[in-house]
Design a protein around this ligand. Structure first.
Ligand code: SF4
Length: 771
C-alpha cells in the first residue's frame, strides 16, 4: 500500500521520528573509525580530477598510509594551469577534497528507513536488495514514470541509463539548465554558437568583459582566472567588470560598471546602439554570416546610451567608452558570461542581447574572441554496451507535457521539467519519488515547498557523501565515495589550450573510506539487485564490466587510450587533436532573431516575448520591490564553497570568516552584504545578526556593512543552512556555521523560457536583536 493512501504518511513519520533519526544518523558519523592516528608510512603520489565544482582541475595527491596528506595542482593541466610549462593549482574548495575524503562527518554506512520512520544502518547487500524491493513496489503503485532523476554532473550517462533506460522514468531535472545558467546555454545554442558562448579565448584577448561574473574569484577551472591575468600581462588587455558589486574582479579591472541588477539587457542594446551608429561593427561578418540583423538594429536604435544610463544607473559616457573599446579590439575581444545575467526572470533577453554583441563585432571563433570549443569524442554507454536493451522511457511523455495543469508554462516547450515546478507536480501526484545524487535541490530554489515535496514523496533515494536536506529525509541513503576514492574521466573543451581537444583521467588515490562506495559500484549494485527481483534481463547489462576502470577504458576506445595510460607518468591529462580558428565555414549563420527556431517562437509567443533582441524590464517576469520589501536580494558564489557540498568544512569556514574580517566572531555561516546607506536606515552594523524576509520566507544572517554593495541591493552566499549540508550542531559556533539557506526566501519565480531559477528576490532586512 502506498503510504500516501494510508493514515501514516511519510511526512507524519518524519515529523515524529525525523529529529531522532537525524541524531542517530549523525551520532554514527562521529564514531571515529580509525582516522585519528597520524600517518607515518611511506609517501606515494596519485592523481585526481577535482569535481568540487565539476570542472576537473588536475590534482596530485600525496598519500601516506591510505590517507591523503596533501593536494597540489598538476603543472600544465588544461583546466588547472595557464597552459604549457605553467604551474597547476587548486582553489580553496578544490583543496577541500582532502578534508572531505577523511571528514568524520561523512555518511559512513548505508541506511534504510524502517517502518517506524527511523533510519537504520544496514550492510550493502541489504541496502541494494531493499532499494530494488522499494523501486519495484514504487513502479507497481505509482508508475516508474513518476520517479524523478535529480542526479548531478558526475557520470551522467550511467545514471541516465539506470533511471531513464532501465527503470523507465522520463523525468529529469537538468542541473545546468534550471539552476545554473539556462538562458546563457540555450540562447547560445539557438543563436548558433553553442552553450560554450560563456568562455572566451582569454589568453589571446585584448579586451575582456566579465559580465555579471567575478571570474577572478569564482571560475570553471583555474585556467579562467589565469587566462585573464595572462591577457592583462602579455597583451596589455583591458578588463571591464559589469556587476552591481565591487567584486575582486572589479578591483582588478580598468572599468567597473556598477549596474542596477537585472538591467544587463538594456546595457547590451545600448552598446550595440553605439557600435552600429558609429559603424564599428564587422559589416562583412554581419552580411555573410548572420540572420535577423534588421530586427536587432531596430531594437538597438531604441536604446541610446542616455536611455540605458537611466535604466542601468550607469554613466552614458562610460557606456560609449566600453562599447567603442570592445568593438575596436574585436575580434580579439571576449565576453565572459555565466550565471550572473542568467539567474533572473528576464535573463533570457539579457543573454540574447549580450550574445548578439559577439555576432555584431564578428569575434566568432577568432583568436581572443568567442571560441567554438571542441570536445574529444569518447564512446557513449550505448556504443560500448554489448548487450541489447530496451529504452523503457523512450515513448513515455513527461508529465509537464502530458497534463493541462502545466499549460501556462511556456517552459514546457523548451527544456522539460523545471526545478521550481517540482513541488506542484508532487502535489498533483505526477511526481511521487526522487533519486538525488551529489545534489541537494533544497538549496536551488523554492526551498520550503521542496522540503514539503520531499517529505510527501513515496520514495526518496539519496546517493551522497554528507547528511543534507535530502539525505536526512530519505528512505534510502547510499553513502558515496568522494572523488579521491574513485576513478574519474574528464573530457574537456574550454581550457588553457585553445587549439587542442584534451582529456583527463585518474584512478582512485585512496580506497573508499569507511563503508562507502563509488557511484559506479552503487549503480551496479542496484542494477544487479533489480535483475534478481524482476524478470527484466536488461538490468544485467552492467555485469559486462568488472570495474569502473574497465568501463572507462571502453569509453576511451575511440581515442585509442586507456585510463592507465592517461594516469601514469608525470601528468594525468593528454592533449589530443589540434584544431584551428574559424571552423564554422561559409554556411555558418549567427542568429540575432530566433524566429527561425520554432520551439522558441512558440514559447516566446506564450510568454509575450519577441523573438529578436529587445529590452524587458525587471519585474515583467519574477519579483518587483515594494514598500514592504524595498531591497533587491540575490545570492552569489564564493571561491570557498561549491553548491552546498563543502560548506561543512571548518577550515573553509575559518578562511571565509578571515577574508571577511570576522574571524573573531563565533559565527561561521554566510554573510549578508549591505550598503552603509541601507544599513544606517535600519540601524544595522557589521557583525549584527539580521533578519532577512521576503513574501515567502525569512532567515537570519550576520551583516557586513560595505560600500562594495550597491545601495538597495543585498547579497549573500548560497548553499548554506539546515536545508543544505549540515554541521554537527554540537555548540553555538557549529550551529552558526549552518548559516541560512537563502532559497527559503524564494518562491517559484523563473525565466519563462528555460525554467531557470530566478534568484532575484524582493526583501526587507531588520536587526534580529542579537550579535
Ligand atoms: S575551480 Fe576549484 S573547485 Fe573547480 S575544479 Fe578547479 S580546483 Fe576544483
Amino acid at each position: 500500500m502506498s503510504e500516501r493512501e494510508g493514515t501514516l504518511t511519510r511526512r507524519n513519520l518524519l515529523k515524529t521520528a525525523g529529529a531522532a533519526a537525524g541524531v542517530a544518523a549523525l551520532g554514527g558519523c562521529l564514531s571515529g573509525d580509525g582516522t585519528d592516528s597520524a600517518p607515518s608510512g611511506e609517501l606515494s603520489t596519485a592523481f585526481g580530477n577535482c569535481w568540487m565544482c565539476s570542472h576537473n582541475c588536475g590534482q596530485k595527491a600525496y598519500v601516506r598510509d591510505g590517507t591523503v596528506v596533501n593536494l597540489t595542482g598538476v603543472d600544465g593541466h588544461p583546466r588547472g594551469s595557464a597552459g604549457p610549462d605553467t604551474e597547476g593549482t587548486l582553489c580553496p574548495k578544490g583543496l577541500a577534497q582532502l578534508d572531505k575524503t577523511h571528514d568524520p562527518k561523512r555518511i559512513k554506512e548505508p541506511h534504510i528507513r524502517d517502518e517506524d520512520g527511523n533510519l537504520q544502518k544496514v550492510d550493502w547487500e541489504t541496502a541494494f536488495d531493499e532499494t530494488a524491493k522499494r523501486l519495484v513496489a514504487f513502479a507497481e503503485e505509482n508508475g516508474a514514470e513518476t520517479f524523478l532523476d535529480a542526479t548531478s554532473w558526475a557520470e551522467t550517462d550511467i545514471f541516465r541509463t539506470v533511471w531513464r533506460d532501465l527503470y523507465g522514468s522520463p523525468e529529469r531535472i537538468s542541473r545546468g539548465i534550471h539552476v545554473c545558467a539556462g538562458p546563457t546555454f540555450v540562447t547560445g545554442g539557438m543563436m548558433g554558437v553553442g552553450s560554450n558562448n560563456r568562455v572566451p579565448d582569454y589568453q589571446n584577448s585584448e579586451y575582456i568583459i566579465a559580465w555579471g561574473r567575478n571570474v577572478l574569484n569564482s571560475f570553471a577551472g583555474q585556467f579562467e582566472a589565469k587566462g585573464v591575468l595572462e591577457a592583462i600581462e602579455e597583451n596589455g588587455a583591458t578588463l571591464v567588470t559589469i556587476d552591481p558589486q565591487h567584486t575582486i574582479t572589479a578591483q582588478k579591472s580598468d572599468e567597473w560598471m556598477p549596474i542596477e541588477p537585472r538591467t544587463d539587457g538594456a546595457l547590451a542594446l545600448a552598446m550595440a546602439n553605439v557600435i552600429i551608429e558609429e559603424d564599428l561593427y564587422d559589416q562583412e561578418f554581419v552580411e555573410n554570416h548572420t540572420y535577423g540583423f534588421d530586427a536587432y538594429r531596430e531594437a538597438a536604435a531604441e536604446m541610446p546610451p542616455e536611455r540605458a544610463a537611466e535604466i542601468t544607473g550607469l554613466d552614458a559616457d562610460q557606456i560609449r567608452r566600453v562599447a567603442r573599446g570592445f568593438a575596436e579590439a574585436a575580434p580579439q575581444a571576449g565576453i565572459s558570461v555565466w550565471t550572473g545575467t542568467a539567474q533572473a526572470g528576464n535573463g533570457w533577453k539579457a543573454t540574447q542581447n549580450i550574445t548578439a554583441l559577439n555576432g555584431l563585432v564578428g569575434n566568432i571563433d577568432r583568436p581572443g574572441g568567442l571560441r567554438l570549443w571542441k570536445y574529444p569524442a569518447t564512446a557513449s554507454f550505448g556504443q560500448v554496451c554489448e548487450e541489447d536493451y530496451t529504452p523503457r522511457a523512450e515513448y513515455k511523455e513527461p508529465a509537464l507535457k502530458k497534463y493541462d495543469e502545466y499549460s501556462d508554462y511556456p517552459v514546457r516547450h523548451i527544456e522539460g521539467i523545471a526545478h521550481n515546478l517540482v513541488p506542484e507536480m508532487v502535489e498533483n501526484g505526477h511526481i511521487n519519488g526522487i533519486v538525488c545524487h551529489h545534489d541537494d535541490p533544497l538549496k536551488d530554489g523554492n526551498a520550503d515547498a521542496w522540503v514539503e515535496a520531499i517529505e510527501a514523496m513515496d520514495l526518496v533515494i539519496s546517493i551522497d557523501a554528507y547528511w543534507n536536506g535530502v539525505s536526512r529525509r530519505a528512505d534510502i541513503v547510499l553513502p558515496e565515495a568522494t572523488q579521491l576514492e574513485k576513478d574519474t574521466l574528464g573530457t574537456g573543451n574550454w581550457s588553457a589550450y585553445p587549439n587542442h581537444k584534451w582529456i583527463t583521467g585518474s584512478k582512485a588515490a585512496v580506497d573508499p573510506q569507511w563503508n562507502t562506495k563509488p557511484d559506479f559500484d552503487i549503480l551496479t549494485g542496484i542494477a544487479d539487485a533489480m535483475a534478481e527481483r524482476t524478470d527484466n534481463d536488461d538490468w544485467t547489462i552492467f555485469q559486462q564490466w568488472d570495474s569502473h576502470e574497465e568501463y572507462i577504458d571502453d569509453q576511451l576506445s575511440t581515442l585509442d587510450l586507456t585510463l592507465e595510460e592517461i594516469d601514469s607518468g608525470e601528468t594525468n591529462y593528454e592533449l589530443l587533436e589540434e584544431y584551428d580558428y574559424e571552423q564554422y565555414g561559409e554556411d555558418f549563420t549567427f542568429r540575432f532573431d530566433l524566429d527561425q527556431v520554432s520551439s522558441f517562437a512558440t514559447a516566446a509567443e506564450e510568454a509575450g516575448m519577441d523573438t529578436a533582441p529587445e529590452w524587458i524590464p525587471p519585474g515583467t517576469y519574477g519579483d518587483s520591490t515594494s514598500e514592504a520589501y524595498p531591497l533587491e536580494f540575490t545570492d552569489v558564489r564564493s571561491v570557498f564553497f561549491s553548491h552546498g557540498s563543502n560548506q561543512p568544512h571548518e577550515r573553509l569556514q575559518d578562511q571565509f570568516a578571515k577574508q571577511n574580517q570576522l574571524s573573531e566572531e563565533d559565527y561561521r555561516g554566510n554573510y549578508l552584504y549591505v550598503h552603509p546607506q541601507d544599513a544606517e536606515e535600519r540601524d544595522i552594523e557589521t557583525g549584527d545578526l539580521v533578519t532577512i524576509e521576503s513574501e515567502s520566507g525569512s532567515g537570519e544572517l550576520m551583516a557586513i556593512v560595505t560600500e562594495r554593495a550597491r545601495p538597495g541591493f543585498v547579497t549573500s552566499q548560497y548553499g548554506f543552512g539546515q536545508t543544505s549540508a549540515i554541521t554537527t550542531g554540537e555548540d553555538a559556533r557549529e550551529r552558526s556555521a549552518d548559516g541560512m539557506n537563502t532559497m527559503t526566501l524564494h518562491d517559484t519565480q523563473m525565466d519563462p523560457i528555460t525554467g531557470q531559477v530566478d534568484r532575484h528576490i524582493a526583501v526587507e532586512v531588520t536587526p534580529a536583536g542579537g550579535d
